[in-house]
Design a protein around this ligand. Structure first.
Ligand SMILES: C[S@@+](CC[C@H](N)C(=O)[O-])C[C@H]1O[C@@H](n2cnc3c(N)ncnc32)[C@H](O)[C@@H]1O
Length: 244
């Protein structure tokens, strides 16, 4: 994207240093920044635009799109409040309306959700999931494995095989349907919620899912790093078209 005429929006810009960095990196890019505090920048290219306002204020987000990126943004970076409720509003509003199909949305510093002292964070009290060393394959596991094997071997489509498999599925479900407890506060909870969007195809699958009207995920991918989450919008997902 480096040499393209990209449109980038960063929310939360502090003194504006990152905007100047993006301006120099994307030589033909239009760079917009939003912060709730006044920020003045020394830029002589005319490619950097700074706005004052809140990330959760959809009116200011609309204004920035209209003035800087009528065809939509290629990249949006949220380094603003790191408060999940506010991050949630601006994420979905911008992702649905103002990010181009195939565009990239970055959410920074999601790990603050593990901190008790952070506004909407909470200390992590659950044990870390590392129980595998103690697991032993027991008799029931072996028995179910054996039944699956013979039901598949002898005419897998027959009624008796299907009956056996359903029986095994039932016993397995009773044994294994477990809740894997998870930390869900603040930014951590928000990022985990985004996983549900990745699973949308299964969530809306007729006969299995709990939401009507099948649809695939509007995320092409989500990459989760220690301090960053990078979500790419699917090429087929919509973008709000502005009237000329
Ligand atoms: C971590 S700093 C941004 C650093 C900047 N991105 C950089 O790399 O230099 C966070 C900024 O977000 C701004 N901010 C906090 N809450 C905000 C909100 N609700 N809407 C807009 N900006 C907000 C703060 O004023 C602060 O300047």
């Amino acid at each position: 994207m480096k040499d393209n005429e990209i449109k980038l929006l960063e929310i939360g810009i502090l003194k504006g240093g990152s905007l100047l960095m993006w301006r120099d990196y994307f030589k033909k890019g239009i760079i917009a920044g939003l912060d709730c505090n006044e920020v003045t920048l020394d830029d002589n290219t005319g490619r950097v635009h700074v706005y004052r306002g809140f990330q959760q204020d959809t009116a200011i987000l609309d204004t920035i799109r209209t003035e800087c990126a009528r065809d939509g943004f290629d990249i949006i970076i949220d380094d603003a409040s790191h408060i999940a409720e506010l991050t949630y509003y601006s994420f979905w509003y911008l992702f649905d309306n103002h990010l181009k199909p195939g565009g990239i949305y970055v959410i920074e510093d999601w790990g603050v959700g593990y901190w008790d002292k952070w506004t909407d964070g909470k200390k992590y009290y659950l044990k870390l999931p590392r129980d595998y060393k103690t697991y032993k394959v027991n008799l029931i596991d072996r028995f179910l494995g054996y039944i699956y094997k013979i039901s598949n071997k002898k005419s897998p489509s027959s009624k008796s095989s299907a009956f056996l498999r359903r029986g095994c599925d039932f016993i397995t479900a009773i044994k294994r349907k477990k809740k894997f407890k998870s930390h869900e506060y603040g930014m951590v909870g928000l990022i985990k919620q985004l996983i549900d969007e990745v699973g949308m195809g299964n969530l809306t699958a007729p006969g299995h899912g709990t939401i009507d009207n099948w649809r695939g995920s509007i995320f092409k991918s989500i990459e989760i790093f220690p301090s960053l989450v990078i979500i790419q919008k699917d090429e087929t997902a919509p973008l709000k078209i502005l009237n000329s």
